[in-house]
Design a protein around this ligand. Structure first.
Ligand code: TLP
Length: 343
C-alpha cells in the first residue's frame, strides 16, 4: 500500500539522481574547506540568494541558531513573531545558547506589523536589553504557509535599517514564497541581512540547510557552527543532492501549491471541517471540531488507509503537500475522509 504522508514536506525522499550524485561527488574535509562539492553548493546558494557567501548546516534549526548568534551579543533582545518557528519550536536556542531575550510580536497573518516592530525597538541602556535583531519567517508555517511579499518584507527591513538593527529571515521555505509570487527569490532576500533556507523540505534533498549573508557574517557563522558541533567532514555527500535540489527542484514547487489548492477545494464539501488559512503554498490547516473527532482520533482512523496526518493535539490539523503527493493521492484522501465521516 502506498503511504500518503501529509504530515510535512520534510518527509520527501531524495530522487534517484540525488542518490547517484553522491557516488561521483568529489569529496574532501570541509573542516579544512577541502570539499569541492560543499564549496560549489555554498557558492551556488549565495548566488541564488544574492548574498556574498553561504554556509552549509545540517538543519534549519541550526541555521537559524547560527544566524542569530552571529549577529547578536548576550543580553540583547530579538524581535520575532509570536507564532514563528524560531520562537516556538527550536528549543529556545536564542536564550539557552545566545543569552538573548525574545520579544514576540503578533504575526497572526504571517507578518508582524512594521509599526508594532518600530514601537518595540529599544536602545541598549543600563538595565534595558536593547534590540539586537529582527527575525521574520517566509513562508510563515504556523500562519498556513503564507508567502510574505517583497513589500511586506521591505516594510520591516526599512524599520530595521532606520534603527541600524540587523534582520534575519527564516526562509526554510522561501522558494515556495518566491514561486507563489512569481518572482526571483532575490526580490525577497534583498530585504534581509541574513537568510536561512532548507534543502530538505519541498526541494526534496535528504539533509541540509544554508545560511547566506556577507562574507564577514558567514565567517562568524562558521565559527559558531563549529561551537555547536556542526562541522561536517566529507559533507559533499550532503551537498551533492543539495545542488540538484537547488538547480532542479525549485520550479516544481508550484505543483505542490496546486495539490494543496485541490485539497482545500475538496475539503470544502465536509461540513464539519473548517479551513483555517488562505491556501497560498503547500499547507492547509483545518479545524475538524465540527466532526466531533479530535485530530488524534482522525489520524487513527486514517492510518489503516495508509494515510498519515499531523497536528495531533486538539482538533487542528496541518496537511502539507510535497513531491510524494500526487493529485490521485488527494482524491484518494478525500474519498477515505468521506468514508470515515459518513459512518
Ligand atoms: N519545520 C518542521 C517542524 O519543525 C514543524 C515542519 O514539519 O514544518 N523554520 C521553519 C519555518 C520550519 O518550518 C522548520 C521545520 C525549521 C525552521 C527547522 O528546520 P529543521 O527541521 O531542518 O531543523
Amino acid at each position: 500500500m502506498k503511504i500518503i504522508d501529509l504530515r510535512s514536506d520534510t518527509v520527501t525522499l531524495p530522487t534517484r539522481e540525488m542518490l547517484e550524485s553522491i557516488l561521483t561527488a568529489p569529496l574532501g574535509d570541509d573542516g579544512w574547506r577541502d570539499d569541492p562539492t560543499v564549496i560549489k553548493l555554498e557558492e551556488l546558494a549565495a548566488e541564488k540568494m544574492g548574498k556574498e557567501a553561504a554556509l552549509l548546516v545540517p538543519s534549519g534549526t541550526q541555521g537559524n541558531a547560527v544566524s542569530i548568534l552571529a549577529q547578536t551579543e548576550r543580553g540583547g533582545e530579538i524581535i520575532l513573531g509570536a507564532r514563528s518557528h524560531i520562537y516556538n519550536i527550536e528549543g529556545g536556542h536564542y536564550s539557552l545558547i545566545g543569552g538573548l531575550v525574545p520579544r514576540p510580536l503578533r504575526d497572526d497573518d504571517g507578518c508582524m506589523n512594521p509599526h508594532e516592530v518600530e514601537a518595540a525597538i529599544r536602545p541598549r541602556r543600563p538595565g534595558f536589553p536593547g534590540t539586537s535583531l529582527i527575525c521574520i519567517e517566509n513562508t510563515h508555517n504556523a500562519a498556513g504557509g503564507i508567502a510574505l511579499s517583497p513589500e511586506q518584507t521591505k516594510a520591516i527591513w526599512d524599520v530595521a535599517q532606520d534603527h541600524g538593527i540587523p534582520m534575519h529571515t527564516d526562509g526554510a521555505r522561501i522558494f515556495n514564497a518566491a514561486v507563489y509570487h512569481g518572482i526571483d527569490v532575490r526580490e525577497l532576500t534583498r530585504y534581509t541581512d541574513s537568510v536561512m533556507f532548507c534543502l530538505s523540505k519541498g526541494l526534496s534533498a535528504p539533509i541540509g540547510s544554508l545560511v547566506c549573508g556577507t562574507e564577514e557574517f558567514i565567517e562568524r557563522a562558521r565559527n559558531i557552527r563549529r561551537i555547536l558541533g556542526g562541522t561536517m567532514r566529507q559533507a559533499g555527500v550532503i551537498a551533492a543532492p543539495g545542488i540538484i535540489a537547488l538547480t532542479k527542484m525549485v520550479d516544481r514547487l508550484k505543483e505542490d501549491h496546486e495539490t494543496a489548492r485541490m485539497l482545500a477545494e475538496g475539503l470544502k464539501r465536509f461540513e464539519g471541517i473548517k479551513i483555517l488559512n488562505p491556501v497560498q503554498t503547500n499547507m492547509v490547516y483545518i479545524d475538524i471540531r465540527g466532526t466531533g473527532m479530535t485530530g488524534y482520533e482522525l489520524s487513527q482512523r486514517l492510518a489503516p488507509f495508509g494515510i498519515k496526518i499531523g497536528g495531533r493535539r486538539g482538533t487542528v490539523i496541518r496537511l502539507v503537500t510535497h513531491r510524494g503527493i500526487e493529485k490521485e493521492d488527494i482524491t484518494y484522501f478525500l474519498e477515505c475522509l468521506e468514508k470515515i465521516l459518513s459512518k
